[in-house]
Ligand binder design. Sequence first.
Ligand code: NDP
Ligand code: 8X3
Length: 264
Amino acid sequence: AQRLKGKTVVVTGASSGIGKSVALEFARTQPDDLKLIITARRIDTLKEVAKEINGFAKGVKVHPVKLDVSKPEEIQSFVGQLPDEFKEVDVLVNNAGLVKGVAQAPNIASEDIDVMFSTNVTGLINMTQAILPIYKSRPDGGRGDIINIGSIAGREPYQGGSIYCATKAAVRSFTDALRKELIATRIRVIEVDPGQVETEFSVVRFYGDKEKAKKVYEGVEPLTGDDIAEVVVFAAGRRENVVLADTLVYPNHQAAATVMHRKT
Ligand code: NDP
Ligand code: 8X3
C-alpha cells in the first residue's frame, strides 16, 4: 500500500464492473494519499463512483472525466485537459471494453465489429499512446505502469465470439510487443486476463436483455469485479523491479473459455 502512496491512477471504463471495482480497490488500498482519474461515457455514474470513494477514502482526490475511448479526438484532448495536480500519471488501467452479440460469420453486424475494435483495440492503443509520453519524460528511459485488461477470450477463440476474441488477441499482441519495445525503460507493461466475471458485460452483449444475460451465470459462481481489482492493484503495488507480466484468472468452475462445470 505504501508503494502506491501519492500515485496518480487513470482507470478507463470505471462506471461499471471491473473498472469501477479497480477504482474502489485503489482507494481502499491507499485511502490517505492517492489521485484517481476515473473515465467512461456515463459521467453521471462516474460522479456516483467518486461520491462513494470520497465517502470512505478522505485522502483520495477523484477526478471523473467523460471519455469515449472509441473516439480518437476525445483521447487526444484528454491529457491536455487534466488539471495540473492530476497530470503526473503513474498508472494507466486500460479496462474499457465490450462485447456485442453472439453472431457468427457471415451474419455479424458491421456496427458491432466496428464498436468492438474501436473500443477494445484502437481505444486501448490510443490511450496508451496518449499516456506514454508522460512516462517517457522520467529518468532511466521512463517510469509508470500500463495495465491492460485482456481476457481468456484472447487466448482461446470460441464460436459466437470471433470478433470479441480477435480484439482481445490483438490486445495480447500489442501488450507483448509494447513490453519488448520498452525494454530499456522502467515502464511496466502488465496484462490481466479474467475468465468469467459477472458485470454488465453480458447485458451489453445481449443488447440490454437482462434475462438472457442472467442465463450466462446460471449454475456457476463467476468472479466478481473485486476479484480482478485485487489482482490489478496487487500488480501495481509490487516493487518496481517486479512485473506481473501476464496473469490468467478463473473462477473455480472454469478451466478454459468454454470448459465450465455447471450445476443443474
Ligand atoms: P461492464 O460492461 O460492466 O463495464 C465496461 C466498462 O467499459 C463500463 O464502465 C463502460 O462504461 C466502459 N466502456 C464501454 N465502452 C466504452 C467506451 N467507448 N469508452 C469508454 N468506456 C467504455 O463490463 P466488465 O467490467 O466486465 O468489462 C471490463 C473489461 O473486462 C472489458 O475490457 C472486458 O472485455 C473485460 N473482461 C470481462 C470479462 C467478464 O467476464 N465480464 C472477462 C474478461 C475480460 P460506459 O458505458 O459508461 O462508457
Ligand atoms: C469475457 C470472457 O469468455 O465470456 O472476456 O468472452 S468470455
